[in-house]
Design a protein around this ligand. Structure first.
Ligand code: SF4
Length: 578
């Protein structure tokens, strides 16, 4: 059924292509309620929005009703890769998912690594849109020849591994061809993840619960129809430098941050009541490295920062934990044994949940019960959340919705639980947590990387204070839209700078930032229609000069003082949605 509706269009929306390199292929729309699919040309969108997150956001902005229910059939999920997934360059084993979040209630994109991105690109589609809601639990099989709907009632409640095994046995497709949800997604846990390659997650914002609301257990991708996108030879330099790098992340992944963050007091501890943890050594990068038993990576990436880990004593195997998981299920939960964190990580992967939100929800519960450090209770609670049993049913709603019931502080921004890199120490990151349309997410602006001496000690910003930082937050947010759209891993920061990005995308840096700004504005305008304004750009703590810095941020973006998009940036436009 077609309906005509009036949408707002951000005036800055380009109609001409400023980016020579962009994703290729048609949009594949799958209505799982009607069990129908169709394709359409979206060359204008791809040409103006690069790929990945920007394309997903543009389509979502135009097609998801502003008043949609995140769990309703009218919500849509977009999956997309970008031009770099047509290359063999390092730092490109990632892709993007976009939809209306049941956790934040706003438009949100999430990004996952692994090996799916190439198999997605090989189907030949530029983007995939999932809409409607099925009566029966389904696996949707996408190939370059079309779409098949398979009813899988026996997979109800299956873990991520069990679903992957089923697809491997019945279809001969390895887990790098599959996205799946676990019991958490089926049970509408508001921070359920979409999993791929078993251990990789489109983690933030509950897009797994969106798939669950559509009764889609998994989607597979297979084909041999990737389009040609020529990426400049510079990609080989990036690849070689990644392979030769002696960066500590190649040994310890992001867990290398743990002790460093602890030293500078940016490691949330005991449900955010402290900023350093006396047991940090037990959950440090060194401890994770001791458990690493082989190299791990994402497709085409020679940097290989992933961490397949095994505890010989118990036989427990998982991947990671990453630094954020170390924080949420380690210091924030009062746990000083890396094996306990590995177990929490494994459970979240199998049950299909974001480790940051799940860990913080558990930490909030531990705070309420005065049970920090109780690993048995933690693991039991993680399972209860996924199955919505007992107190798990409450915790599955997320900290923003349950904090009053438990009598704990609301450590969220826009309903999204906090990661590490604490803004009380890294003040610019604090501002960035507040302005992020996604809520408290460190990768939205990734401002912490400027305030830690991670890139270049001489160039690191002073951690304290907000002076001069708002325009830099704007630039980082806009730049990260491009990285999420190209799609380029944020850990490429030492290898792909401004000039290289221009060369690789054959585009001017300022033009790229303008695309980024349009996407941020679209997210903001969509969320404004759902009631978001300046009050939602707030933190659960005070920062000196925060209000002035927030006004400066709005000013730099050309937005209103109340955090909304001005009318003169919006143009009434009639569009057609299915
Ligand atoms: S740097 Fe790490 S996370 Fe990024 S693509 Fe490479 S292996 Fe994956």
């Amino acid at each position: 059924m077609k309906e005509t509706r009036v949408t707002g269009t951000v005036l800055l929306a380009a109609t001409t292509c400023v980016c020579m390199k962009h994703a290729r292929g048609q949009l594949l729309t799958i209505d799982v309620g009607e069990r129908e699919y169709r394709t359409e040309d979206i060359d204008d969108v791809l040409g103006s929005y690069v790929g990945g997150r920007a394309v997903g956001t543009k389509l979502a902005y135009d097609r998801i009703p502003f008043d949609a229910d995140p769990f309703g059939p009218e919500n849509r999920l977009y999956l997309a890769t970008g031009p770099f997934q047509h290359s063999t360059m390092s730092f490109t084993g990632r892709m993007s998912a976009t939809g209306l979040s049941p956790l934040t209630d706003g438009l949100l994109s999430s990004n996952a690594g692994g090996f799916l991105s190439r198999n997605f690109t090989a189907t030949g589609y530029g983007a995939v849109e999932v809409t409607g809601a099925s009566d029966e639990l389904l696996i949707v099989h996408i190939t370059d020849e079309g779409v098949e709907f398979e009813e899988v009632p026996d997979l109800e409640g299956a873990t991520v591994s069990e679903t992957c095994e089923y697809v491997e046995t019945e279809r001969g497709l390895e887990d790098d061809h599959t996205v799946t949800i676990g019991p958490a997604g089926e049970n509408h846990v508001r921070f359920a993840a979409i999993m791929t390659s078993r251990e990789r997650a489109f983690g933030r914002g509950g897009l797994g619960a969106v798939l669950g609301s559509k009764h889609v257990k998994a989607i597979t991708f297979d084909g041999d129809s990737a389009h040609e996108v020529e990426i400049p030879p510079l990609q080989m330099d990036v690849h070689r430098e990644a392979a030769q790098s002696d960066h500590i992340m190649r040994r310890q992944g992001t867990a290398a941050m743990t002790e460093f963050a602890n030293t500078v007091e940016a490691l949330p501890t005991h449900y955010f009541s402290e900023l350093s943890f006396e047991g940090a050594e037990g959950i440090s990068g060194d401890r994770v490295e001791e458990k690493k038993y082989k190299k791990g990576t994402c497709s085409a990436c020679a940097f290989a920062c992933k961490l397949p880990t095994r505890d010989e004593e118990s036989g427990l195997e998982t991947e990671g934990p990453e630094y954020e998981t170390v924080m949420a299920f380690g210091s924030n939960s009062g746990i000083d044994d890396i094996v306990d964190v590995m177990q929490s990580n494994k459970l979240c992967d199998e049950l299909g949940m974001d480790t940051i939100s799940a860990g913080d929800a558990v930490a909030a519960y531990l705070a309420a019960e005065d049970e920090f450090g109780n690993s048995e209770l933690i693991h039991e609670t993680v399972e209860k959340i996924a199955y919505r049993e007992g107190v798990g049913d409450t915790l599955a709603e997320g900290v923003d919705r349950f904090h009053d019931d438990l009598g704990v502080e609301n450590w969220t921004v826009k309903g999204l639980e906090f990661p590490a890199h604490d803004g009380r120490t890294l003040n610019g990151q604090g501002l960035a947590f507040a302005t992020s349309n996604r809520g408290a997410d460190h990768m939205y602006a990734e401002f912490y990387s400027l305030e830690y001496p991670l890139v270049d000690a001489d160039q690191a910003l002073d951690k304290e204070g907000l002076e001069g930082k708002p325009p830099k937050v704007v630039e980082k947010e806009d730049l990260n839209v491009i990285k999420d759209s190209a799609v380029l891993c944020k850990f490429s920061r030492d290898f792909v700078g401004e000039e290289r990005l221009e060369t690789l995308l054959d585009a001017d840096y300022d033009d790229l930032l303008e695309i980024g700004a349009r996407v941020v504005a679209m997210e903001r305008h969509f969320n404004n229609q759902r009631g978001f304004d300046r009050e939602d750009d707030s933190l659960p703590y005070d920062l000196d000069g925060f209000d002035d810095a927030l006004s400066e941020y709005y000013d730099a973006r050309g937005w209103n003082e109340d955090g909304t998009i001005p009318d003169d940036l919006i143009e009434a436009d009639v569009s057609t949605a299915d």
